[in-house]
Write a protein that binds this ligand. Structure first.
Ligand SMILES: *Cc1c(COP(=O)(O)O)cnc(C)c1O
Length: 471
């Protein structure tokens, strides 16, 4: 693409993006398409001859946009709400333009050093002590996989050479409320689902440390090797937090790797009044937090902090001749810290975000999101036929319509129907979860454009949907 043409389209797209972000409320939050709709409109084969950018962009508008669920919409409340902020988008644009692959220090020294530096900024902001080394992965699923691979390497150093066949069975522990990515990591690491043990949670959805201790003891007695325990701060269903301090104590007693999953809630550790649930995480062996969740950084960006980068390196590093560095170039090579060789320059957008907002700016916005979530929780509390499942320590509210005298199954169906109805309006998008087998609705605040008026509207839509349904 000739430079002049590139510039024209870049300007056109910059305008499009600015307008899109400004008017994103005008789109239905959740895509209204059906499975297969987009593919039915696309040609079977890639074009033989190049097409004009005009045509490509007009198809983007006509075909692609209708199939987009707008995560940047201020009324996106499903899962965990996020923001692709202006500075983050600009950082991502430059990363795409530079197109560096930060596999080795020499393949872009600045990409490696900025990643080390910006993750250290983040460590300080999160209040983690010195000695935690940061590395950026694509997602929390990968960060947790890498952390648990290191844990497995520490427990079974021979596995790297010999494989898992014939070794003593190992076990990773996490609460019943832990994210599915933990069990998936255990499966991926070859430990099998048997290698994962769910520890019961209390009425507040927090891991019961005595149950953890008993499980470890029982496993040891049966010849199973305890490998790691994962504590969650900000679980996916209710944003409850495991008692990290007590779990750290048990991990130390039994020499387990302690991994803390704060993929969503980590941002709240930057705000003094929301820090209590994180107490004890400074004793972890590794901690994951996703800036692409509640830190205004475009997907993907997950930061894994660990006290033992050398264990990760020992577990993963494999350097063929064609990837060796020259003498005198002793520096971090990011390829040694995970599965992938190639790495995007993700630190750039995080650097843009941290600098543009500043620590104070970030804290103010996190506070505002928590305030908005608690405001919504108050609305729910004030309505006699609605109830909440859990407190609101962060920015997520878990609630449901529960009129008296309605059987459990009917109530579950009723709530699913309410959610579908609200989501179909296109004005707001919520998701659901199950707690003790019952259906609950979740509303998560994390978008910088969300105002109290958006929550008021969501609340009205929910109430209207509840009244319109009969079970
Ligand atoms: C979102 C989330 C994950 C998974 O995050 P990905 O980056 O999508 O892999 C894991 N754990 C917790 C607690 C989460 O909130």
């Amino acid at each position: 693409m000739p430079p002049g043409e590139f510039q024209r389209w870049a300007e056109e797209l910059a305008r499009w993006i600015a307008t899109y972000l400004d008017e994103v409320d005008d789109y239905p939050v959740m895509a209204r398409t059906r499975p297969g709709d987009l593919r039915a409109q696309l040609p079977e084969r890639a074009p033989e001859r190049g097409e004009s950018m005009d045509r490509i962009l007009s198809d983007f508008q006509e075909l692609i946009l209708p199939g987009i669920t707008h995560w940047n919409h201020p009324s996106f409340f499903a899962y965990f709400a996020v923001t692709g902020s202006g500075p983050g988008i600009l950082g991502e644009m430059l990363a795409a333009a530079l197109n560096v692959n930060a596999m080795l220090w020499r393949t872009s020294p600045a990409a490696t050093e900025l990643e080390e530096h910006v993750t250290d900024w983040l460590r300080r902001l999160l209040g983690l002590p010195e000695g935690f080394h940061g590395v950026i992965q694509d997602t929390a699923s990968t960060s947790s996989l890498v952390a648990l691979a290191a844990a497995r390497h520490r427990a079974f150093p021979r596995v790297r050479e010999d494989g898992l066949f014939g070794t003593q069975p190992g076990r990773v522990y996490a609460s019943t409320e832990a994210h599915s990515s933990i069990e998936k990591a255990v499966v991926t690491l070859g430990m099998g689902r048997q290698g994962f043990r769910k520890i019961p949670a209390d009425a507040g959805f927090r891991m019961d440390p005595e149950a953890l201790r008993a499980a470890i003891r029982q496993d040891r007695d049966r010849g199973v090797r305890p490998v790691a325990v994962v504590a969650t701060v900000g679980t996916t269903s209710t944003t409850s937090s495991d008692p990290v301090e007590a779990i750290a104590e048990i991990a130390a007693e039994h020499q387990l790797w302690l991994h803390v999953d704060a993929a969503y809630a980590g941002a709240a550790a930057m705000v003094p009044e929301f820090r209590a649930p994180f107490t004890g995480w400074e004793r972890a062996d590794s901690v994951v937090f996703n800036p692409h969740k509640w830190l205004f950084t475009p997907v993907d960006c997950s930061v894994l902090h660990t006290r033992y980068p050398e264990v990760i390196r020992d577990a993963f590093s494999l350097v063929p001749e064609y990837l060796t560095s020259s003498p005198g170039e002793e520096a971090t090579n990011l390829m040694d810290y995970g599965v992938a060789l190639g790495r995007r320059f993700r630190a750039l957008k995080l650097w843009f975000v941290l600098r543009w907002f500043g620590a104070e700016g970030i804290r103010d916005r996190i506070r505002e999101h928590v305030r908005l979530a608690r405001y919504f929780a108050q609305e729910v509390d004030g309505a006699s036929e609605w109830e909440r499942a859990a407190p609101v320590p962060f920015s997520t509210v878990v609630f449901r319509f529960a009129p008296p005298g309605v059987a459990a199954d009917a109530c579950d169906r009723w709530n699913r129907a309410i959610m579908e109805k609200v989501n179909r309006t296109g004005e707001a998008f919520l998701s659901h979860t199950a707690l003790d087998g019952r259906t609950w609705l979740r509303l998560s605040v994390g978008n910088l454009r969300t105002r109290a008026s958006h929550l008021d509207r969501a609340w009205t839509l929910l109430q209207e949907a509840a009244e319109g349904e009969q079970f």
